[in-house]
Design a protein around this ligand. Structure first.
Ligand code: ADP
Ligand code: MG
Length: 706
């Protein structure tokens, strides 16, 4: 990643590494994204095994993971009839007990290789099948060949895939390749951090770090190597983000919007509710940014239901009042339409022209909208991805608001940015509370505003966990709520990998709901991703207007739908949703002043982790608490939103949650470097500038937006 000139062996194509060749190179490329010698060096082991330790079979337990056993083969047998079900089963003993060795591939070859009576070292993962301990596809070496190295007691286990393993590139093979790569490049591993940083942070140099992360000489050196490499990643990440911010704030161009304008004041005066203090504060922050003459790049975090829409609308009026246009981009058509509908009411009488542009806007209408955007006769456009298409041009876009930003990829955001010069002010709004640690990593360059207060009168949502056997009671409860004039959501999971099954579940669910809640007494609407947009809008309206009692949906409704009369949210197969998703869904109810309910339906048997999630949902409503817990349980890579947007740099070894202290340290260091040398031109910082440029080349578009 941080590697410069072309004559550098680190940049050499991986196929030229001893033992690789074109075929393996293609695999390494595809499976591990390794293209050069340098890339290979940056594939780090994810765990280490103490090779000096040999276990006896009697000591083994199925939770032991990787171990080394020394034993004799007593029998070798091929089991199963069809080629697909065939496996090779060998029994090994070391005197203390016996263990099965299993092979599903390369059976013939293995059968010849394994000699009964010979003593081997088996190295692999212990698992249990039908109560018998076994090792599947272990590494095997006759005892006389095995090296019990005392110089390198710890052996790294490399990440891999089935495909790699099948092609003879298991962890051990990769380790060998890494060793040759180190040998061939060791004189060219140049330090990426200035000496004064190494000294101040007490870090070991890059070359020792690379050697010790792969072939640790001791536990101590391993932990030093890890610390050094983690720091490097986090430091460059922060340096890049902070530099971006610094440039924007000092040298960036921005549109100056000095006044609030009469339109803002008019709408403000006729708001149907007083704004919360938090909403007012955020509007002030935005106003200051927009008046300052530099481009605003602000993230607005506010829990579901905190009233971000009103803030977005009022901010749009500032841009419009200064003679510019504004746009609001939503992740789904349903949501864009909903915003459009509420905008019509909100801006009533203030004399601005609003339009809606989505994928299903008819082409004649679209043409007209595009013309009116270009000539400036539309003040505010609300829409979906359709807004960022190339043919959408504005007369003067002054503010771009992105709602529920985690649904948008990074590239898409940068396209909005480019629709005006100087670039429009940007406000990204998210309901996913992002813990500080993570926001420092992912959005380190954005200014952050938080709406930390809900509008008054909201009642907490009573959250209940039930299983299948309570289903009848749940239906009875829904009926009583409907009788009292309320409405209910019933949501089914939709996970990409099992989409087909999910739709089947939804379909079956819908059928049984219709069966239970019979027409004409009950009206049941349904929305899901496979519908035509018109049908979706129709059913959505049916529910939003109160004509339908129940809305059966996939998680498409998760973002932003506002139906204050809905008082029950039923989440089917709740164990399949992540915490923040559950929280988002729950946020769809509890918007009116009535008591509302969230019912989590799960199977009877739950994994420990699912149970934790469900219990947590039942015990707290605090979005931040849930987000922190989610982060701890799943790790940052999985947090909604960050997966798509990703961090600027693909973090290979650092984990912003677990390595929180190091992250803070790296950020402080990056800030202080930039404070004294913002252009990174001093001789000692040159190396930082050069490496940063390399990173930027990889991520071109990203650096623009967040
Ligand atoms: P979100 O932040 O989840 O996008 P919305 O903007 O959809 O939330 O607002 C949720 C509901 O709260 C809407 O019905 C909105 O009209 C209402 N609302 C917003 N601000 C206030 C306020 N200050 N007082 C009372 N109700 C409010
Ligand atoms: Mg919203």
């Amino acid at each position: 990643m941080y590697i410069c000139d072309m004559s550098n062996p680190l940049d050499r194509d991986i196929q030229f590494l001893h033992g690789v060749g074109p075929k393996k190179a293609a695999l390494l490329n595809k499976e591990l994204n390794v293209r050069t010698f340098g890339d290979l060096l940056r594939i780090y082991p994810f765990r280490y095994v103490d090779k000096s330790k040999v276990y006896s079979i009697r000591e083994l337990t199925p939770d032991m993971a990787y171990v080394q056993i020394r034993g004799k083969i007593i029998s070798v047998q091929t089991m199963g009839t069809s080629p697909r079900s065939q496996r090779l089963s060998a029994i090994a003993t070391d005197g203390s007990g016996t263990m099965e060795i299993v092979f599903f591939h390369g059976i013939k070859w293995m059968k010849d290789k394994l000699k009964p009576g010979t003593e081997y070292i088996f190295f692999g993962k212990i698992s249990e099948f039908n109560g018998v301990l076994n090792m599947v596809h272990p590494e095997i070496e006759p005892v006389e060949n095995a090296a019990f190295s005392s110089e390198y007691p710890l052996m790294g286990i490399y990440p891999g895939t089935e495909t790699l393993k099948k092609n003879g590139m298991g962890s051990k093979a990769i380790s060998k390749l890494v060793l040759s790569a180190i040998v061939e490049t060791s004189n060219c591993i140049h330090e990426t951090l200035p000496g004064y940083i190494l000294k101040k942070e007490e870090l070991i140099d890059l070359k020792s770090a690379i050697c010790n992360i792969h072939f640790p000489k001791s536990l101590h050196l391993l932990s030093e190597a890890k610390r050094r490499l983690k720091f490097e990643e986090l430091f460059y990440l922060q340096l890049s983000l902070l530099k971006q911010k610094y440039l924007r704030k000092t040298r960036g161009k921005g549109i100056k919007m000095p006044k609030v304008g009469a339109k803002f004041n008019y709408c403000y005066s006729k708001l149907p509710f007083p704004l919360t203090e938090a909403q007012k504060r955020v509007i002030r922050e935005v106003r200051n940014d927009m008046a300052g003459g530099k481009q605003m790049n602000r993230l607005l975090q506010g829990d579901v239901g905190s009233g971000k829409t009103a803030v977005a609308f009022l901010c749009s009026l500032i841009a419009i009042g200064n003679g510019f246009q504004a746009c609001i981009m939503a992740p789904t058509e349903v949501l864009a339409e909903q915003h459009f509908n509420s905008a019509e009411g909100f801006f009533d009488g203030c004399g601005i022209s609003i339009a809606l542009l989505t994928g299903s806007t008819k082409s004649k209408e679209k043409k007209e909208i595009l013309e009116r955007l270009a000539d400036g006769s539309i003040d505010l456009i609300i829409g979906t991805h359709a807004l960022i298409e190339d043919n959408v041009a504005f007369r003067a876009l002054g503010l771009a608001i992105i709602d529920e930003q985690h649904r948008f990829g990074v590239k898409q955001r940068s396209m909005l940015w480019k629709k005006s010069d100087p670039p429009p002010h940007i406000l990204v709004m998210t309901a996913t509370p992002i813990p500080r640690t993570l926001s420092m990593t992912v959005y380190g360059d954005l200014d952050v505003s938080v709406i930390d207060e809900l509008p008054p009168g909201r009642k907490p949502v009573k959250t209940i966990h039930i299983t299948e056997k309570n289903r009848r009671n749940m239906y009875a409860f829904l009926k009583s709520q409907i009788k009292a004039g309320r409405q209910a959501f019933i949501v089914y999971p939709l996970i990409k990998e099992s989409e087909k099954m999910d739709y089947k579940n939804l379909e079956q669910g819908f059928m049984s709901i219709v069966e239970e809640f019979k027409a004409p007494e009950y009206v049941v609407a349904v929305v899901h991703g496979k519908q035509k947009n018109e049908d979706k809008a129709y059913d959505m309206n049916l529910f939003a207007s109160g004509k339908a009692h129940i809305l059966v949906a996939t998680s498409v409704i998760e973002v932003g739908v506002n139906v204050p009369n809905a008082s029950v949210m039923v989440i089917e197969s709740a164990e399949r949703f992540g915490l923040s998703q559950l929280h988002q869904l729950r946020g769809r109810v509890g918007r009116g002043s009535d008591m509302s309910y969230c019912i989590l339906v799960t199977g009877h048997k739950l994994s420990k982790e699912s149970r934790e999630r469900i219990d947590l949902m039942c015990s707290t409503q605090d979005g931040f608490e849930l987000a922190e817990a989610d982060l701890k349980m799943r790790g940052p890579g999985d947090i909604e939103g960050t997966q798509q947007s990703g961090t600027i740099i693909d973090l290979k070894i650092a984990n912003p949650v677990k390595d929180n202290e190091l992250l803070e340290e790296a950020r402080r260091m990056a800030a202080s470097v930039l404070e004294y040398d913002p252009d990174l031109t001093s001789p000692s910082n040159k190396v930082l500038g050069a490496n940063l440029k390399n990173i930027k080349d990889e991520i071109k578009d990203f650096s623009n937006i967040s």
